[in-house]
Design a protein around this ligand. Structure first.
Ligand code: DO4
Ligand code: MG
Length: 278
């Protein structure tokens, strides 16, 4: 089942039917260790809504309210290679292979809802950056207690020129207005996603394919639970959080995003997150 957020309601999609919950607070609804069971019980009491999926898709907001977005880095071999390449001249190359092999993962603060956009909204590239990419990432919906109750799609927009100039510039490369996209909804399940779950990204420029890539989540070096346990060691999350699990899709060094590019990230069964570069 998938949970969507609109301006005034929460919408549940289950077996091709949509159910609308009015007057529900997103934070308290989602931050529940028994979310799957709660939704199952709730839709038993409701009639399917008479709106189409297309209508719903036009009204979607990012599935976030007071949650913080955190992100993990260098969790895929491709990301280690990409980071080593971009920071070679700056002498940062060895940090990335060390963190790839270390017990402690790289985890960084990415955004609040204020810097996050939802489906069909514009992401941004920084004006002081020359080399920019989207990072398509499986994103975990985690409760206050540290339980993973669902999955969404995240785009960890990144400035490779700023990150490559000096690893200490990471927060500026990663966190700025419009640097984060999540959605379209939260796929709620009690089971881990299958290992062969695929992340696909397509970038369209003037309607033509400019880049495409894909990776299976079993190429991730760490498990979602492991990443959550590191994040929750010394941080509490009163409303739960969203945790991006890192990218395994790294366009070649000749690729940089341009204004107007359309970024399409698909993870079945979550859906497709579409954003344009503003
Ligand atoms: O170390 C830089 C960030 C890497 C990252 O965001 C990723 O691997 O997804
Ligand atoms: Mg990333």
């Amino acid at each position: 089942m998938i949970l969507y957020k609109t301006e005034k309601s929460i919408v549940i999609e289950q077996d091709n039917s949509l159910y609308i919950l009015e007057n529900q607070d997103w934070d308290s609804f989602v931050n529940d260790d028994h979310l799957f069971g709660k939704i199952t019980d709730t839709i038993r009491t409701l009639e399917p809504a008479k709106i189409s999926k297309d209508q719903l898709l036009n009204e979607l907001h990012a599935p976030i309210q007071n949650q913080e977005v955190w992100a993990c880095g260098v969790t895929y071999y491709n990301s280690k290679l990409g980071r080593e390449e971009e920071s070679r001249d700056a002498g940062g190359g060895t940090f990335y292979s060390k963190v790839y092999d270390a017990e402690r993962p790289e985890i960084f603060f990415k955004a609040t809802a204020y810097r996050t956009v939802g489906p069909d909204e514009n992401v941004r590239i920084r004006k002081d950056s020359a080399w920019d990419v989207p990072e398509p990432e499986l994103t975990l919906a985690v409760t206050s207690s540290g339980k993973i109750v669902g999955y969404t799609i995240g785009n960890d927009m990144s400035s490779r020129s700023i990150e490559g100039e000096n690893p200490l510039y990471l927060p500026q490369a990663k966190s700025y207005d419009g640097s984060t996209a999540v959605g379209p909804g939260i796929f709620v399940t009690e089971d881990p996603l299958p290992a062969e779950t695929e992340i696909r990204m397509e970038i369209l420029r003037n309607g033509n394919p400019a880049y495409s890539g894909n990776i299976d989540i079993d190429q991730m070096k760490r498990t979602p639970k492991e990443l959550v346990s590191w994040l929750y060691r010394e941080c509490t999350f009163p409303h739960g959080c969203l945790l991006m699990t890192g990218t395994g899709i790294v366009p070649g060094s000749d690729f940089t995003l341009q204004s107007g590019d359309e970024i399409r990230i698909t993870i079945d069964p979550i859906g497709t997150l579409v954003n344009r570069v503003g």
